[in-house]
Design a protein around this ligand. Structure first.
Ligand code: SF4
Length: 338
């Protein structure tokens, strides 16, 4: 494709833009779980990359496979079988021993979850919990405590020095989420995986936590994979967005392009469900129906029972992946991939 394919309004297709050097490269990752009756495929052949310092969002309804993908990258779920390739800074994560992987999680990759209380020990002080990763690595108590304080300050935890010896129940929900972020960031990872990090918080607190994450990721050149069901919180944060449906990535593009020109009918449906400050509507639209269970996916395009644009072939022929002129990587027959 030549530069003459640059589109109107100054929009440059994603494939013509410079991408940062890949830090994480996932190729044809599939995730299976053995149930009593059958082997069920939770995630099917997903491929994507995350560059150094890049912020990428993985978006989809609950049950789409996004959290299970995040856990697979960190090898947190021993009940599932992983196949494909996951390379982090040139290392093949799927072939590392458990202890090598544990070291990787503590040092190079951090993760935060939706519910801060599930990550915090109610009987341990905040200071000790944030410092723990460093203590395990052999950092002295004094230095670990100082670095815990520095990262809590960086995350704008008020009166952090005084509160190092406080317990989780003495913090508000928003402050607890900052503490959990501090635990993930104190080891100075290169990649942070944040799985629905703000879902349990009210809208204003959610914005503040995301603004902080944005600030820190820029300052530290920290790559972030943000997992969320809410496309609304992604705008303004992510450089790139991947939309997942029923265990597959159905659309991927740079965030500005995906918001301006969503291609896949599912992405359009998700966007129509996001409240917008510039438009007043009586009722937000939602996508009719629910995603299929992983063990009961319909044939053809798995979105076809819910799709307003479904054609005859959609119920029998699975769409392949194609790149649209806007640079979207998309799986849909509307774009000509068979
Ligand atoms: Fe809709 Fe068909 Fe595209 Fe699937 S392949 S999203 S059913 S138009």
């Amino acid at each position: 494709m030549g530069v003459d394919t640059i589109l109107t309004d100054g929009i440059v297709p994603a494939q013509l833009r410079q991408r940062p050097e890949a830090l994480l490269q996932v190729d044809q990752l599939s995730i299976d779980i053995a149930t009593r009756d059958a082997n069920v495929r939770l995630v099917d052949n997903v491929s994507f990359g995350i560059g150094r310092g890049e912020r990428v969002a993985l978006v989809g309804e609950s049950g789409s496979g996004k959290s299970v993908t995040a856990q697979a990258l960190m090898r947190l779920n021993s009940r599932v079988k992983l196949s494909g390739r996951v390379q982090f800074d040139g290392k093949d994560l799927l072939s590392l021993s458990n202890s090598q992987m544990a070291a990787m999680r503590g040092q190079r990759m951090g993760m935060v979850f939706q519910d801060p209380m599930s990550s915090l020990d109610p009987l341990m002080t905040i200071g000790d919990q944030v410092a723990e990763t460093l203590r395990i690595r052999g950092v002295s108590k004094r230095e670990a405590r100082q670095r815990a304080l520095d990262v809590l300050d960086e995350l704008k935890v008020e009166r952090a020095a005084e509160r190092l010896d406080s317990f989780p129940h003495e913090f508000s929900g928003g402050m607890r989420q900052r503490v959990v972020l501090a635990m993930a960031l104190v080891g100075e990872p290169d990649l942070l995986i944040a799985d629905e990090p703000t879902t349990a918080l009210d809208v204003r607190v959610q914005e503040r936590v995301l603004d902080l994450l944005d600030e820190i990721s820029r300052r530290r050149s920290l790559a972030v994979l943000l997992i969320t069901h809410d496309l609304g919180i992604v705008a303004g944060f992510a450089d790139r967005v991947m939309v997942m449906y029923s265990g597959r990535i159905v659309e991927e593009n740079e965030a500005t392009l995906l918001f301006a020109e969503p291609q896949h009918p599912y992405t359009r449906g998700l966007l129509e469900a996001v409240p917008r400050a510039d438009i007043t509507v009586d009722r937000l639209r939602s996508i009719a129906g629910a995603p299929p269970a992983p063990g009961a996916r319909p044939s053809g395009c798995t979105f076809h029972p819910r799709c307003d644009h479904a054609m005859a072939m959609c119920s029998s022929v699975e769409p392949g992946e194609t790149i649209t002129p806007l640079g979207a990587r998309v799986r849909c027959h509307l774009y000509g991939a068979g």
